[in-house]
Design a protein. Structure first.
Lengths: 179, 278
C-alpha cells in the first residue's frame, strides 16, 4: 500500500509516469468490475477508458487522507456505471452473444466453455439486488478489500460483509436452481 | 444468521484469496462448516470465473495508446502553463498600469484596441483584456472572453507573420494556449456545468463589449463547443492564408505554431465534448 501511496503522491503533483503506473495497476480491475456490472464488452471498454480520463482530470485534487486511491478510482467507476445505466435505460441492450469473444486463446473449446461460465455468472449476478451486485463486483471483479469496498461505496464494513454474504447465498441458490 | 457468521465467512474468503484451502479455514469453525462450505465453494467458483475476464488485447493496446497521447497532451499543457506564468507577472504589472491609464484618460486604452505586439500600446491592450476577465460577471462570460482573446492573438499572429516578426509568433502561440487552457478549467466549474444556477450581477463595468458573445444561464456546454469550433476555423483559416504568404524563413516557425494551436483547439474541444457527454 505504501508503494502505491508514493506513486499516487507523485501522480497528484503532475508526474505522468506515476499516473501511467496507476493506470497499469488498475486497468484490468476496473475493466473486470465494469464488465461484471454491465455484462457487455463494448460498454465495459468505453467506460474503462472514461474512468481513466476522469481520474486523470481529477488526480490533482485527490487527497489520500479522504479516501484510499483504489476506493476513489472505483467510486469514479461506480458513478460512471450509474450514469451509463441511467442513460441507457431506454436503449435496447446488445446481447452478449453478439460481442467479440472475450478470449483470444488458441484452444477455442476451452475459451467457449469459459465464456459460457462467465455469461451464466453475469446473468445470475444481474438478478441480485443493486447493492449486492455492487459489492460482489467490487470484491470479486475489482478484488478490493472489504475496507476499500466500504469506502468506495460510502458504507460501513459490516454492511459490506452482510451484502457480500447474502449476495453469495443468493447466487448459490440460483446455481442450485439452474442445475 | 448473525453478524459473526458474516465475519467468519469474510475471514475465510480473505484466506482463500491468499491461497489457503476452504478446509484450512473451516477447520477452525467446525460448527459453521455446513453453512459456510457451500457458500465458500460458490465464492471460489465466482472468483475463478471473474479472474478469467480480461480486456481484449487489441482494445487494451488501443486504450493504452490513447491514454499515452492524452497524458502527453496534459503534460505539454502543464509545461506551457509554467512558461506562461512569466506572462502572468507581466500582465499583473500591466493591470496596475491600466489604473494609471484610467486616471490619465480612457482614450489611451481605447487607442490600444488595435495595437500589435511590437507596439508600445500593446501591454495596455493586454491589461485591458485582463481587466475584462477580472470583471467578468460569471465564469461562462469569462470563458467566452478567453475564446475571444485566443482568436485575437491569432489575428495578431497573422499580422506579425506578414511583418516577418518570428519571435512574436512563439509568444502569441503561448498566449493562445493559455487562453484555451483557461477555457478547459472553466468547463470544470459547477456553474459552467449548469449544476449551480448562475448568479447574475449586472453592473455597468461588467457589461460585455459589443461583438463579444456571452453565455447566459440557459446556454450550455454545447454552445461553448460551437463558439470554440468557430474560433478554431476562423483562426486556422487566417493562419493558413498567412502561411502561404509568409516569407520563406518564417514558414517553419509559423507552421509549428499552427500545428500547436490546432492541437490546443482540438484538445480543448474534445475535453469539452467529453465533459458535455457525461
Amino acid at each position: 500500500m505504501s508503494i502505491e501511496k508514493d506513486i499516487v503522491a507523485r501522480a497528484t503533483k503532475g508526474d505522468g509516469d506515476a499516473f501511467a503506473q496507476l493506470y497499469e495497476r488498475h486497468f484490468n480491475g476496473i475493466y473486470r468490475y465494469i464488465y461484471l456490472r454491465l455484462g457487455n464488452q463494448f460498454e465495459a471498454e468505453d467506460l474503462t477508458q472514461d474512468v481513466f480520463v476522469k481520474a486523470l482530470e481529477a488526480i490533482g485534487s485527490y487527497k489520500w487522507r479522504d479516501l484510499p486511491f483504489a476506493s476513489w478510482l472505483y467510486r469514479i467507476a461506480h458513478n460512471r456505471v450509474i450514469d451509463h445505466v441511467r442513460k441507457q435505460s431506454k436503449v435496447e441492450k446488445v446481447p452478449l452473444e453478439d460481442d467479440i469473444p472475450l478470449f483470444s486463446e488458441s484452444n477455442t473449446a476451452l475459451a467457449a466453455e469459459r465464456e459460457i461460465e462467465i455469461e451464466e455468472m453475469i446473468s445470475n449476478i444481474e438478478k441480485l439486488s443493486p447493492a449486492q451486485r455492487e459489492v460482489i463486483s467490487l470484491r470479486f471483479g475489482a478484488e478490493l478489500s472489504v475496507a476499500e469496498a466500504a469506502k468506495a461505496l460510502g458504507k460501513n464494513e459490516g454492511t459490506v460483509k452482510a451484502l457480500q454474504y447474502n449476495g453469495i447465498a443468493a447466487l448459490r441458490k440460483m446455481l442450485l436452481t439452474d442445475n | 444468521m448473525t453478524r459473526k457468521t458474516e465475519d467468519i465467512f469474510n475471514n475465510c474468503l480473505e484466506r482463500m484469496f491468499k491461497g489457503e484451502s476452504i478446509k484450512d479455514c473451516l477447520d477452525a469453525y467446525p460448527k459453521k462448516t455446513p453453512d459456510l462450505e457451500p457458500l465458500l465453494k460458490t465464492s471460489l467458483a465466482i472468483a475463478r470465473s471473474s479472474s478469467t475476464i480480461k480486456p481484449n488485447p487489441e482494445f487494451k493496446a488501443r486504450a493504452h495508446r490513447q491514454f499515452q497521447l492524452m497524458l502527453h497532451a496534459k503534460q505539454k499543457k502543464a509545461e506551457r502553463r509554467v512558461k506562461i506564468s512569466i506572462w502572468h507577472r507581466r500582465w499583473a504589472l500591466a493591470t496596475a498600469s491600466i489604473l494609471v491609464v484610467f486616471l490619465v484618460g480612457i482614450g489611451t486604452a481605447a487607442a490600444s484596441t488595435n495595437a500589435l505586439p511590437d507596439e508600445s500600446l500593446y501591454p495596455i491592450k493586454l491589461a485591458a483584456e485582463q481587466v475584462r476577465l477580472t470583471l467578468a460577471f460569471s465564469d461562462v462570460a469569462r470563458t467566452t472572453y478567453h475564446v475571444k482573446f485566443a482568436g485575437r492573438r491569432s489575428g495578431e499572429m497573422v499580422e506579425m507573420a506578414r511583418q516577418g516578426e518570428s519571435d512574436k509568433i512563439s509568444m502569441l502561440t503561448e498566449q493562445i494556449a493559455n487562453h484555451l487552457g483557461k477555457v478547459y478549467i472553466m468547463e470544470e466549474t459547477p456553474v459552467a456545468r449548469g449544476e449551480i444556477p448562475e448568479v447574475m450581477v449586472p453592473t455597468p463595468a461588467a457589461a460585455p463589449p459589443a461583438g463579444v458573445e456571452t453565455f447566459d444561464a440557459g446556454k450550455n456546454m454545447g454552445e461553448l463547443e460551437i463558439i470554440l469550433s468557430q474560433s478554431r476555423t476562423n483562426s486556422l483559416n487566417a493562419l493558413w492564408y498567412a502561411l502561404d504568404n509568409a516569407p520563406e524563413k518564417l514558414k517553419p516557425i509559423l507552421e509549428q505554431a499552427i500545428e500547436d494551436i490546432e492541437e490546443d483547439y482540438n484538445i480543448t474541444i474534445s475535453l469539452i465534448e467529453s465533459g458535455s457527454n457525461q
